[in-house]
Design a protein around this ligand. Structure first.
Ligand code: ADP
Length: 244
């Protein structure tokens, strides 16, 4: 048995407390420290537009979160990696995930035979607080993305969620796939992501506890705060009218 398979089996046999001894950091973030969108919208000064794209659904609002920070710190069932097609590591979030997980992640990734754009593959999380890493490859879109590239970006999220369910995982965090080195415009990407997650949650809400949109940059934080109320409308109370 290869060492990564042995360690992966060993980690799977541990309970949460035992797993924590193997994390690369003591500074990890528990799910209960991440407010749901429903909770966040109550405290944040969220502007609810008069016209939203979907009906208000508080149950769905409890299933989604916006979190700004380092995805490698999240103690969730799975984090998604914006990988490149070789799955052998790169810069950006991919580099952060590989550094944090340790060298066995690359060893396992070598056995996965790469990944096509829009598809996803799963591995152990090794020294990450996340139990699994779901590797997906976003489209490279320098400039205005085509409809085909928007579909590929949406497929990254859908196929990652397919693996989430197939592996009976209930909490998953996504970075802003393709919006770094791969050049997908941040605003357009957020529209694709929110539309995909909203529609997916409508069909599958009982199968997961929380989908976390993990933004790293202030720009993305602002974009998602502005767009979330259109895709996940919130209670009128505690919300500022859009036109003052
Ligand atoms: P891609 O090649 O798919 O564009 P990048 O890694 O270059 O992927 O960027 C994707 C997003 O991940 C960017 O928004 C970048 O700021 C963000 N990012 C980089 N490091 C981290 C991290 N440690 N945690 C969460 N997001 C990160």
């Amino acid at each position: 048995m290869l060492i990564h398979a042995w360690i992966s089996a060993f980690l799977k046999g541990l309970n949460n407390k035992q797993r924590r001894e193997h994390y690369f950091t003591r500074d990890f973030i528990k799910l209960k420290q991440i407010p749901s969108w429903k909770e966040m919208a109550k405290s944040a000064r969220v502007k609810q537009p008069e016209e939203s794209l979907f009906p208000k659904d508080n149950h769905l609002n409890e299933k989604i979160s916006l979190f700004r920070g380092d995805i490698t710190k999240l103690e969730v069932d799975a984090i998604v990696n914006a990988a490149n097609s070789s799955l052998l590591g790169g810069g950006g979030v991919d580099g952060c995930i590989h550094r944090a997980a340790g060298p066995l992640l690359k060893e396992e990734c070598r056995t996965l035979s790469g990944c096509e754009t829009g598809k996803a593959k799963i591995s152990c999380g090794y020294r990450l607080p996340a139990k699994f890493v779901i590797h997906t490859v976003g489209p490279i879109a320098q400039g205005q993305p085509s409809a085909a590239q928007a579909t590929e970006l949406s497929d990254c999220y859908k196929n990652s969620l397919k693996l989430t369910i197939e592996n009976k995982l209930r909490t998953v965090a996504f970075p802003c796939i393709s919006t770094g080195v791969f050049g997908y415009p941040n605003d357009a990407a957020a529209e694709v992501v929110l539309n995909t997650l909203r529609k997916w949650l409508e069909e599958n809400k009982e199968k997961v506890d929380r989908l976390i949109i993990c933004v790293f940059l202030e720009k993305d934080d602002e974009i998602y705060k502005e767009k979330l109320p259109r895709f996940f409308p919130v209670d009128a109370s505690g919300v500022l009218p859009s036109r003052l």
